[in-house]
Ligand binder design. Structure first.
Ligand SMILES: *Cc1c(COP(=O)(O)O)cnc(C)c1O
Length: 463
């Protein structure tokens, strides 16, 4: 099941035409965009694998739920339905909707964080880290060390490094750590799952040191699917049962609806702790809106409630995780070295290894992303030196351990034939590999440089 032996469990009722472009046109578009795929117009992209965030297709059930949105300012019935759904699926008593995941993070860290405090996490997602830093805190990543062995297949590479977590907790003065976070799946290390055993042990450590454990739940359903298929003792458990157990270890969760609530915008903060909820409610009013709408329309809450019901369906998850595994297979066949095993939402090409003729400061992942666009109109994103930015003191590039290229799969959007087209593109790029030039900045913004930077190739582009 995990490898998608069955065809899709849905059929297509509405289509969005794609525009086809020539290689010559794409060379022109990317040059105009300063060789930055973020600056392309989406109509000039054929298969858009930039992100899985908010890019999914809603179901007919979600579209019809949308029509039932109750747009009352306070106490809307759409909120009641949304709240009941979160209570039923995740088991938390109190739910605050937010405009997206980072809205929930903002509320959480406003409550818990002060200057100089440290937050341990299996690995912070970018926005989570940015919020911790914004409050003057320190974001401490404690990933499973086997993450760096990219060719080694291990089932739960998203796990927290429990030895280091214990060490950090023991060495920190009282009050220095306000909470522990766990990101499911672990997005920044490739969408790798966390095992139930690791989650349970993290909760035990949190209890031992009297700290709350907060789950970043963005891809909770994908994580539950991996537990069911990879962790002994869970084969016969339903996804809903596994989700309830996962969430039972958390004092609260932050959630981006743009991932596993199958919507294009939305998020929430949930907890069973009454006093945390009351504090959160106060901030929610200030940052997001009245607690029963949180920056969203009633119809958005309807769509999110329906999406949460759909995302925990086994057939949906078999399609979803199976499609990502299929993309991994296509890329391996095309000759690209990928990070093994593929995660729940994306496949990563080890660009540093594949474009071995380029140094990290020649941005191999970036060069590969430009090549995939020029060759086949495929948009992907570098997760390497450009994304990492510069060290705040030395001002040198803050080279990460790996130079990766991420191909994220939007939910229920592309067919296997689109993914085969991606495979052909990657194979073609593979033939020109040794001739692909590195890149240099022509404009480098000081923060979050990857979004708006402009580049030039260090040599002529092949073909
Ligand atoms: C997307 C994401 C967030 C932030 O959610 P937004 O809806 O983009 O604000 C937080 N954590 C993880 C792991 C994510 O993938």
């Amino acid at each position: 099941m995990e490898h998608g032996t069955k065809a899709e469990s849905y059929r297509i009722k509405m289509v969005e035409p794609l525009r086809s472009t020539t290689r010559k046109e794409r060379s022109q578009y990317i040059e105009t965009a300063g060789y930055n795929p973020f600056l392309l117009s989406s109509q000039d992209v054929y298969v858009d694998l930039l992100t899985d965030s908010g890019t999914g297709a809603m179901s007919d059930g979600q579209w019809s739920a949308l029509m039932q949105g109750d747009e009352a300012y306070a106490g809307s019935r759409s909120f009641a339905r949304f709240e009941q759904t979160v209570q039923e699926i995740m088991g938390f008593d109190y739910v605050l909707p937010t405009h997206q995941g980072r809205g929930a993070e903002n509320i959480l860290f406003t409550i818990y964080l002060e200057q100089g405090k440290t937050v341990p996490n299996n690995t912070h997602f970018d926005t989570t880290k940015a919020h911790v830093l914004h409050k003057g805190g320190r974001a401490l990543d404690l990933p499973n060390p086997d993450v760096l062995r990219t060719q080694e297949v291990s089932p739960f590479k998203g796990n927290m490094d429990l030895t280091r977590l214990r060490q950090v907790l023991e060495e920190s003065p009282p009050g220095a750590i306000p909470l522990i976070m766990m990101t499911l799946t672990n997005n920044s290390v490739g969408g790798q799952p966390v095992s139930m055993a690791n989650l349970r042990a993290t909760r035990q450590l949190a209890d031992e040191f009297g700290l709350p454990l907060v789950i970043d739940a963005c891809r909770f359903a994908e994580n539950a699917y991996f537990i069911k298929h990879r962790e002994a003792g869970y084969e016969d458990r339903s996804i809903r049962h596994i989700v309830r157990e996962m969430m039972s270890y958390a004092h609260a969760c932050t959630m981006s609806g743009k991932k596993d609530a199958l919507v294009n915008i939305g998020g929430f903060l949930a907890t069973s702790d009454r006093s945390l909820y009351e504090k959160a409610q106060t901030w929610a009013v200030l940052f997001e809106g009245f607690p029963t709408y949180g920056g969203l329309a009633g119809r958005d809450l309807e769509a999110m409630a329906q999406g949460l019901q759909e995302v925990v369906k086994e057939e949906y998850l078999a399609d979803r995780v199976g499609q990502v595994a299929y993309l991994a297979r296509v890329l391996r066949q095309a000759g690209a070295p990928i990070v093994e095993p593929p995660g729940g939402h994306a496949v990563y090409i080890d660009a540093g290894r594949w474009l071995g003729h380029l140094r990290p400061d020649e941005f191999p992942g970036w060069s590969l992303s430009v090549a995939l666009y020029v060759e086949g109109g495929v948009r992907s994103v570098e997760i390497g030196t450009v994304l990492a930015g510069r060290h705040p003191h030395t001002q040198h590039h803050d080279h990460p351990a790996l130079e990766l290229l991420r191909l994220a799969v939007p939910r229920r959007v592309y067919t296997h034939r689109h993914l085969e087209a991606v495979g052909h593109t990657v194979a073609k790029v593979g033939e020109q590999l040794a001739h692909l030039p590195g890149m240099r900045f022509t404009y480098e913004p000081p923060v979050l440089r990857h979004f708006t930077a402009r580049f030039a190739p260090l040599g002529p582009w092949p073909g």
